[in-house]
Design a binder for this molecule. Sequence first.
Ligand code: FMN
Length: 367
Amino acid sequence: MSISIENPIVYPVSQITAPNRIALAPMTNTQSHDDGRLSDDEAKWLKQRIDGGFGTIITAGAYVDALGKSWNGQIGIHNHATKESFTPLTEAFRKGNSVGIIQLFHGGMRAMYDKNTNQSPSGGKNSRGETIARKMDIDEIHSAINAHIEAAYRSKQAGFHGVEIHGAHGYLIHQFLSSETNKRTDLWGGSTKHRERFLLQIVRGIREKCGSDFVVGVRLSPEDANWFHGIDFDACLDLSCRLAEDEGVDYIHISLWDAFKAADKYPEKGPAISHFKKALPKITPLMTAGKIWSGQDAKDILSYGADVLALGRVAIAHPNWVNEYLNNDLYNPTKPPFSISHLENAGLNHSFIEYMRKWKGFVGNND
Ligand SMILES: Cc1cc2nc3c(=O)[nH]c(=O)nc-3n(C[C@H](O)[C@H](O)[C@H](O)COP(=O)(O)O)c2cc1C
């Protein structure tokens, strides 16, 4: 039987069920307080997507430690005050029947501080070769692992259904996984096995501390893209399978930026996402994101093997995407550029609209 968007999805370890196959992709939106507390604006933005029918909602990356913060207005889950600020949102998830997941984030060398404060596996440099971060010592590595575990526990106490561990896009976990940014020669770097240790200890610690009735997902970049490098497609495939088979992960989220694309390593061998579907245990949901805009796009990516589709930019502009699709499976929402009034109606505050100007062509020039 073929799978449809309107079919529920069970996250298999926690046994928590989302009512459909569409997720809101994690998206930093700079709408919250500078101490990391969730603001009314960001809560409103997320609640609009609950009302719009999204079965799973993943928040923006929330820093697990003050040292991992990367943007002003970013949410955090690093202390008691931030934890408390999420309660009205998690109540809305339960009322609205959406599965609420918070993304756990640490910027590492790409945090917002200077080269003496930003942390990295082996000392970070930017593309101009300038030093932007210092090398973490062993105590700091343990402390960063612990920060992720404690943040997950706080998330559970705040009422989230689960967490997504952000292991993609060149942030701290990715920096450990990458052969380009992890040049350590101890147990935390060098071989693939050593480079994976940081992520695996986070996953194990979270499962142990939060129990099995809590969704634990992992987001990974499967190959080099943009500014983040040093990941091999097959190593990522293998890691994903072990996370699903041995580590009690509820879903694997592959971030491709273009869900239709073939792997750069295997340009002739069909969509990258299909390789993951073939390799992963049948029971483990495979989530992906990237350039899914219309109802037809979503159906195509499901047919490539994804189980859950995370919508990014289209969901910024079209908060009712899921309800619209359920009324008309040929739903083809309007494309950028969007006027400021359109984006305000979609729940974006001034700061988020300004942030979206970084995404070329998204915000119209004429308002
Ligand atoms: C404004 C914006 C903020 C984003 N912030 C995050 C983030 O906090 N964490 C993350 O894993 N990905 C982040 N992403 C990537 C998205 O989750 C998604 O993978 C990407 O936008 C591709 O999907 P799309 O083509 O549907 O936009 C962000 C993307 C956008 C557009």
